[in-house]
Structures are given as C-alpha cells and as structure tokens.
Design a protein around this ligand. Structure first.
Ligand code: DC
Length: 693
C-alpha cells in the first residue's frame, strides 16, 4: 500500500490480465454488524481489509464482541466474530468511525435502540468530513421511538451521544417514518437495528419521499435474511420486521462469504473497455453478473458505452468493443457510486455523456459533483454540472494535471483512468503523465488499487521514469535506493543482488566463478523471485529462500568476480531492464546510469570515504550477529573498489551527467531528501505542484 503524497502515472498504452477484487465494503460492514448482534460465532470469508472495515471491527471489539483475524498460510485471512446475542456487554463507549458512513449510520441506530432499552451512554464521532455528512433524518426517525440522541456539534450531523436507562420501553406501536431521498443508509440502519426491538409485535417502517439507491436496500434485506430475519416489503414504501417473541432475532449462519466489491469492479470494467485492445481481456475475479450488489448494473452502462463483457460464476471478462466509446445519457439513481466511473469513461467518448439522478454525490466522502467537475476540467474536458447531474464532453486538447482526490477513494481510482490518454484516437495522440495527489485515500476500500491497476497496465519503457543510484560497495546505495523508491511508490532494482544470486547459483551447480560461459549460461536462466507485499525484502532462487546467503560478505566477493565477466553482464541485461515498469524505477548498482539506463531522468553517483564505508559495513554485520574486523573489511572494500573500477566490462565510474553525492557526513534521511529534491526539479509536475500549494 502506498504512503506517499503524490503518485505520478506515466502515459499508459493498454491493459490485460487478471485482478482479484477486494471484498465488498457494503456487504462487509453489514455482515460485521449482524455477526456482532447475533449469538455465537460467525466466520467471515473474503472480508474487505480497509479503513472502513477496520473502524467497524474496532467498534465491535470496543462493544465487547469477540474479534479474531486468523491468518492462514498462503490463503485468505478469516475473520471470526463472536456476537452479543442482542445483549450489551459494556454500558459506555466512545467510538471513532473515521469517514465510514456504513459504520456511522447503522451503529448510531443500533446503539440508540440498545441504550434505550438496556441502558448506556455511547458517543460516535469521525473525521471532520464525517461531521459534515447528514444524519438528521435518521435521528428524526429514532426520536419518536423514545431514543435519546444528542447532537454534540451541528444539529443534524455527527458527533452523536446516545443514552438511556435499563428497562426503557420503545414506542414501536406506530409506524416509524424515515426519509428515503437523501441517503438509503438511514433506512438500512433502521432495518439492521430494529430487529433488536421487535419483541411481541411487528415493527413497521414507512419511507417518506422517493427511495434512492434501492439496490443497497436489497443488499441489506438479503443479508438480514441470511441472519434469520425475513423482512416483508410492500413496494419500496413499507417494510415490516416480524415480531421475535422476545428472543434475540439474529441467527448466525455460521459462515458468510463476502463477494468482491462491485463498485471497485467498475474501474476494471472501464479499464477493459478503454485499454484491453491487444487481444487478451481484463479478467475480474470476485463478482459476476449474478452479484447481489446493485453496482453490478454498471456493466450495462459500460456496455452501452462500448465495453464487450462476458461473465461466469464470480468473474467478468472485459475488452474494448466500440472505439472511441459512445457518449450516453443515463439516470444513475440505481448505481450512485459506480456512476462516477462513467464520468471518467466519458473522456474517451466521441460525444458528451450526461449522468442524472446523482444528487446523493453531494453528501458522499466529498461533494463528488463539484470534485469531478473541477478535476475533469483540469484535463481539458468541458463539464456542466447542476444539483443532480453532470455532463462531460471529452477534451479537444488533453492537458496534463496534478489531480486532487479530496480524501475520496473513488475520486482517486476514477481519475487514474485518465493515464490512458495515449489511446485517444486523434491525429496527434496525447501522451501525458498524470499526477494523483494523496493516492493513499484508496485505502478506504481498495488498499492495493494502484498496484493492481499497474500490474495490468502497459507503458512504453521510455515513458517510465528511472532514477539510477550507482556507487562503490557499502556506500549506502541499497538503503538510499529503497527509501527513494518507497517515497515515490516506484519499483526497485537491486542489481547487485542479481550478480550475487548468479554467483550462488554457479557455486550450487559446481561451476567455477571464472568460467565465463558456464556462469553466463546460468545467469541467462536465473530463476529468481523477489518477495512483494508481506514478503518484501525476501528472495528465492530456484524456489529456495536465499535472503540470508545473499547478504554474506563471501557472496559479495563472489559477485565481484562473476560481474567482471562480460558474458555474465550481457546475460543479466534483459532481466535488469525488465524492472522498468510503471510507475517508475529506482535502480542501484555500478553501471545503472552508464550502461543499463543511459537515458535515466536522474542519475546519482554516491560516494563515501573508505574509512566511513568500512565502519558502516562493520556496524551492519555486527547488528546481524556476523563477526567482523574493521581493518580487514576496509582492505576488502578497497580491493573490491579496485576490481570494480579496473575491470574492462562496465568499470565503476560516474556517468557524465550524474550528480555526485558524497554521503560520508550525511544521514540517510538527508541523502533521501537530496535525491527527492533533485527529482522534484526534473519531474514534469514540478510547476504543477508548486502552483497547487
Ligand atoms: O552492490 P553489491 O555489493 O550487492 O554488489 C555485489 C557485486 O556485484 C559488486 O562487487 C559489484 C557487482 N555489481 C556490478 O558489477 N554491477 C552492478 N550493477 C551491481 C553489482
């Protein structure tokens, strides 16, 4: 997951391959609450692991539910919830719910009902934006029942305090009225919470005004049914919760499987429609057309714009059909979240796209109508927007832009699709990089979104920026390169590791380190794997872990010998250049700037005195429990420098256009800042961000 202030996407040319969707947010948080209210244990498979589910899990734990995450080696993590059986275990709690509407609304209703009947005092708060998202209609629906609810800030908005005394009665004889035309989450909250109050009589909920986002209510009803509660529905106006005769009405099904998130699928459906033009489709695993999530209907809209879609159980395959895409006019009331993706697909259409019925966009994570209009205009689109519609005409001239994401995951995911601008079929195709500001806001629902997107996307190597960091052994290149890569969200090539691994493979095969042809043949087919994600920092050779062996001094000496052989260097060229993948590459070694990436956008040559380097290497080895002598280390370093500099194949020397950085007296942090500062001056967004601040 990225933790960086900005992610620059190079111009992208196409896409294919498979994405595994994270679990649905809407299903995940409803299932967690239902499991938390039911008696006994529910095991949840495929739960979304994101900011919004984290706050729900933390809230359930604070309320006394059992919450256990069980990691299974090599397979998905399971979530075990032991519920309250409808009985409060704590009488007070302050719950922080971030910006998760799917936690705030249902927990407010649930705790209001529980506190009113069993006694208690609960406070619910969130981030500042959460305190601007309305909840007054839910409060107005709950107060006539007898719930005591205080609005601690602005009336009609969180934070809220919910209180009551043990033995309190709820007035459930009258139908409960709730507005349905601002957010369907108010009705969902009542449907999830009121079974707690059914007792000896049915409870009726009446919706005032036209209910929006009906498919989300269908998800709620479907999941209530899985927990034993069959709601009777008359149209979309009247819902009856059956009496439970005093028993706790929620019955755990034992196991629940969470579908992939259909709203998250929309970005990959759009990706296929825009960029899967080379033959292979974009395959999406986790939802199929039979999904219970309303946003799956986004597929119909995408087809109307030109997507070709196939589907099977739990999968979709999408490729480009019509191109350019066709502009459409659509009432999006049934797909409020996924509809945002249509606004970005509109950039690739040959006529305007008008989306109506989207008033709810204004009360989501941000005012999405205003946000979308502002950012699409920066790219050159002509946008008209009103209270409940947006109309996007594709750019006649594309412009590069640093795009704001408004702490809104969907803005970030949508806007990333603008990086496919080279595919626009105009006489002079644009080829513009795009900057996504605050990209980590995707953690709300899809923490690995950018990694997943870029796994499928293709860029021309020359469009992918490279920073090279060359220098002598123990100069701190590895640490510097890793930190610069992390700060930019880029890939990392530790080229020394390839020579080290080639040396180890040669020894394992009984090939002598100076047998040029023998070692080169081994290097040519090196079966090497670098760990990603949780396995980052670990390395496997031919399926065997070599993380420890790779860093031994003896392996460094072996690498220094095999790397002097021209045929070995040639054999490892392709493997090294394959690391140049979007969004960018930081490559460290000896000849990254001179031989491997001579066109690199920034070349750094790192040096430090031999004495300083010997001392650092000494500290490093001692900290790993490896015995070492500082004088012999220094002698080894100097010998290795001499060999690396003196060899005829790619001798160690700075590239002519390299910037020299002597870090003998610099901290790692200061060196990283220096390199990032140099990069910032060369980045295509240097001016854009300066102007944005
Ligand atoms: O950076 P390192 O200590 O892991 O490198 C091990 C050896 O590999 C070093 O002695 C020089 C050689 N090497 C090279 O010749 N070219 C590179 N790009 C990287 C390393």
């Amino acid at each position: 997951m990225l933790r960086i202030p900005a992610l620059d996407l190079p111009p992208l040319q196409g896409a294919d391959g498979t994405v595994h969707l994270p679990g649905s947010k809407s299903i995940s948080n409803r299932v967690l609450l239902l499991a938390g209210l039911a008696a006994g244990e529910t095991v949840v498979h495929g739960l979304l692991d994101s900011d919004d589910t984290q706050v729900m899990l933390a809230a359930l734990a604070a309320l006394g539910c059992g919450v256990r995450r069980v990691e299974q080696a090599g397979r998905e993590t399971l979530t075990h919830i032991t519920g309250l059986g409808g009985r409060l275990r704590v009488s007070q709690a302050s719950l922080f719910l971030g910006n998760a509407g799917t936690a705030m609304r249902p927990l407010a209703a649930t705790l209001a009902v529980l506190a009113s009947t069993q006694g208690g005092r609960f406070e619910l708060s969130g981030v500042p934006r959460m305190h601007e998202r309305p909840i007054g209609d839910l409060v107005d629906a709950l107060r006539p029942l007898g719930c005591q609810i205080e609005e601690l800030g602005t009336p009609g908005y969180p934070p809220l305090r919910l209180t009551g005394r043990p033995g309190g009665q709820l007035n459930t004889g009258e139908p409960i009225r709730v507005r349905g035309d601002v957010s369907s989450q108010f009705l969902t909250a009542l449907l999830l919470a009121l079974p707690l109050a059914t007792g000896e009589r049915d409870i009726v909920i009446e919706v005032q005004g036209e209910l929006i986002s009906k498919p989300y209510i269908e998800i709620t009803l479907n999941l209530l049914a899985r927990f034993g509660i069959e709601v009777r529905r008359e149209g979309w106006q009247r819902f009856t919760l059956p009496c439970s005769h005093g028993a706790s009405p929620y019955r755990s099904p034992g196991r629940v499987d969470v579908e992939g998130d259909a709203s998250s699928a929309s970005y990959f459906v759009a990706l296929g429609a825009i960029a899967a033009h080379g033959g292979a489709p974009v395959r999406i695993e986790g939802v199929g057309l039979d999904s219970i999530q309303g946003d799956i209907r986004f597929v119909d809209a995408a087809k109307a714009m030109g997507a070709q879609v196939r589907s099977g159980p739990n999968w979709l395959e999408v490729r480009r059909g019509r191109w350019p895409l066709a502009g459409i006019t659509l009432d999006c009331n049934h797909i409020p979240d996924a509809a945002m993706t249509l606004a970005v697909m509109a950039l690739y259409a040959d006529s305007p796209t008008r989306l109506t019925g989207i008033a709810s966009w204004r009360v989501k994570e941000t005012d999405r109508i205003a946000a979308m209009a502002a950012e699409l205009q920066k790219l050159g689109a002509h946008v008209e927007a009103g209270d409940d519609f947006i109309e996007v005409s594709p750019p006649t001239t594309w412009r590069t832009a640093a795009l704001h994401t408004y702490d809104d995951h969907r803005m970030a995911m949508c806007l990333s699709l603008a990086a496919f601008n080279p595919l626009v079929a105009t006489a002079a195709p644009p080829s513009l990089p795009i900057r996504i500001l605050d990209p980590q806001c995707v953690a709300k629902t899809f923490p690995d979104y950018f990694e997943s997107l870029l796994d499928l996307a293709q860029a021309r190597p020359e469009d992918v920026p490279v920073i090279t960091i060359d220098g002598p052994t123990a100069s701190g290149k590895g640490t510097l390169a890793a930190e610069v890569a992390a700060a930019l969200g880029w890939h990392l090539l530790d080229s020394g590791a390839l020579y080290r691994a080639a040396g180890l493979a040669a020894v394992a095969d009984g090939v002598l380190p100076d047998d040029e042809g023998g070692v080169a043949a081994i290097a040519q087919t090196l079966d090497l794997r670098f760990g990603q994600g949780l396995e980052a920092g670990r390395t496997w050779l031919r399926g065997r872990e070599i993380t420890h062996d790779l860093r031994q001094e003896s392996t460094g000496l072996l690498a220094s010998r095999v790397s002097a052989l021209p045929a070995v260097r040639a054999a490892l060229r392709g493997l090294q250049q394959a690391f140049r993948r979007a969004p960018g590459l930081v490559a460290d070694g000896r000849d990254m700037g001179t031989a491997l990436f001579p066109q690199a956008a920034l070349k750094v040559f790192l040096t430090a005195s031999a004495a300083e380097r010997a001392e650092r290497r000494h500290k490093q080895l001692i900290s790993k429990g490896i015995a070492a002598n500082i004088d012999s280390l220094r002698a080894d370093l100097e010998a290795r420098d001499a060999r690396d500099k003196g060899r005829s194949a790619s001798p160690l020397r700075p590239a002519e256009d390299a910037l020299l950085l002597d870090n003998s007296h610099l901290s790692i942090e200061a060196s990283v800042q220096q390199v990032l500062g140099w990069w910032q001056q060369r980045s295509p967004f240097a001016l854009a961000t300066a102007g944005d601040k």
